[in-house]
Design a protein around this ligand. Structure first.
Ligand code: SAM
Length: 290
C-alpha cells in the first residue's frame, strides 16, 4: 500500500502535503508506531464479519489497519481539516466511510441500525483524552449494541477503569465500566509512540461487554446515584455521603438499616463497597419506596 501510514516518515509526508496544523483542543496525538497499531488490532479480535466504529481517525493511520481486518469501518472525525486528508489516505479502501461530526452529538444507535442491522459492533479508537469519560458513558447509557471497546486512553484512566476496592484508583468510573464490561489492560504505551508526544502516559484497554449482567439491579439510576454520591464525598462515611446528597431520597436510618442487613458497619466508606454491594444496597433501599 503506497500510502500506508503508521511510521513517522509517511505521517510527516502527509502532514506536510496538506500543511496540517495540530489542534490541541481536539486532543490530536497521532500514532506513529506500527507495533502499537498491530497490538490494538490483535487485541480487538477483529474478523472479516465485523463492523467497526472508529472514533477520531486523525489522518487515517489506524483506519487503514481496521479496513484491512474488518468487513466495514465507519470513522467519525470532528476536525474538518482532516477530511480531505482521510479521502486521500483511505482512497483505496471501499469498506470505509468517514463522518465529519462530533461523536458526542452523533446518534450511534441509528448508525448501527442503518449500517449493521442493529447487530453488535466493535468500537476501536485512539481516543481524544479530553472526552474519554463522556464517550464511554454515552456508549453504555445509550445502550449501543456492542461486543467490545478497544481504546487508547490516558494510563491513569485505564487504571481507574480496571481498579477494585482497596485501590486509590477505585471510583465511580471503575464501577460504571465494570457494571457493563470486563476490562483488560492490553499494553502501556509511552509518549514517543505519538506525534506530537502527549504529556501523559497511555494504555490500550479492552472492555468486553458482559453477555449477562454480573449483578442484578432493580433501578440502575438509583445505583449510579449512590455510587456518584459515595465517591463525591470520598472521605466521609457512606451514610453521611448519601445523606448529604440532594438526589438520594433516603434518610440516615433507612441507609443504616440496609447496611445492617448486609452485615456492613454503619461507619463504612463508599470506597470499600464492591459493585455487588452497591447493587444490593440500591435494591434494599428501593424496597422502602415500592
Ligand atoms: N486515530 C488517530 C491516530 O491514532 O493517529 C488520531 C487519534 S487522536 C488521539 C484523536 C482524534 O479524535 C483526532 O483526530 C481528533 O481530531 C478527533 N476528535 C477529537 N474530538 C472529537 C469528537 N468530539 N468527535 C470526533 N472526533 C474527535
Amino acid at each position: 500500500m503506497e500510502n500506508k501510514l503508521g511510521n513517522p516518515k509517511n505521517t510527516i509526508e502527509i502532514l506536510n502535503k496538506y500543511h496540517f496544523v495540530f489542534q490541541k483542543k481536539f486532543g490530536q496525538n497521532f500514532l506513529i508506531d506500527t507495533h502499537v497499531l498491530d497490538k490494538i488490532i490483535d487485541s480487538a479480535n477483529i474478523t472479516k464479519d465485523d463492523f467497526i466504529l472508529e472514533i477520531g481517525p486523525g489522518i487515517g493511520t489506524m483506519t487503514q489497519y481496521l479496513a484491512e481486518a474488518a468487513k466495514k469501518v465507519v470513522a467519525v472525525e470532528i476536525d474538518k481539516m482532516l477530511i480531505p486528508i482521510l479521502e486521500d489516505t483511505l482512497s483505496s479502501y471501499n469498506n470505509v466511510s468517514v463522518i465529519n461530526q462530533d461523536i458526542l452529538t452523533l446518534d450511534i444507535n441509528a448508525l448501527v441500525t442503518k449500517e449493521n442491522e442493529g447487530k453488535p459492533i466493535k468500537v476501536v479508537a485512539n481516543l481524544p483524552y479530553y472526552i474519554t469519560t463522556p464517550i464511554i458513558m454515552g456508549l453504555f447509557e445509550n445502550q449501543v449494541p456492542m461486543e467490545s471497546i478497544t481504546i487508547m486512553v490516558q494510563k491513569e484512566v485505564a487504571e481507574r477503569m480496571q481498579a477494585n476496592p482497596g485501590s486509590k484508583n477505585y471510583g465511580a468510573l471503575s464501577l460504571a465500566v465494570q457494571y457493563y464490561c470486563e476490562p483488560y489492560i492490553v499494553a502501556n504505551v509511552p509518549p514517543n509512540c505519538f506525534m506530537p508526544r502527549p504529556s501523559v502516559g497511555s494504555s490500550v484497554i479492552r472492555l468486553t461487554r458482559h453477555k449477562i449482567s454480573t449483578v442484578e439491579v432493580k433501578d440502575e439510576r438509583l445505583m449510579f446515584r449512590l455510587i456518584r454520591a459515595s465517591f463525591n464525598q470520598r472521605r466521609k462515611t457512606l451514610v453521611n455521603g448519601l445523606n448529604n446528597a440532594t438526589d438520594i431520597p433516603y434518610n440516615k436510618e433507612e441507609i443504616v438499616m440496609c447496611l445492617e442487613k448486609m452485615n456492613l458497619s454503619p461507619n463504612i466508606r463508599g470506597e470499600a463497597l464492591t459493585l455487588h454491594q452497591f447493587a444490593e444496597l440500591s435494591n434494599l433501599l428501593k424496597n422502602f419506596k415500592e
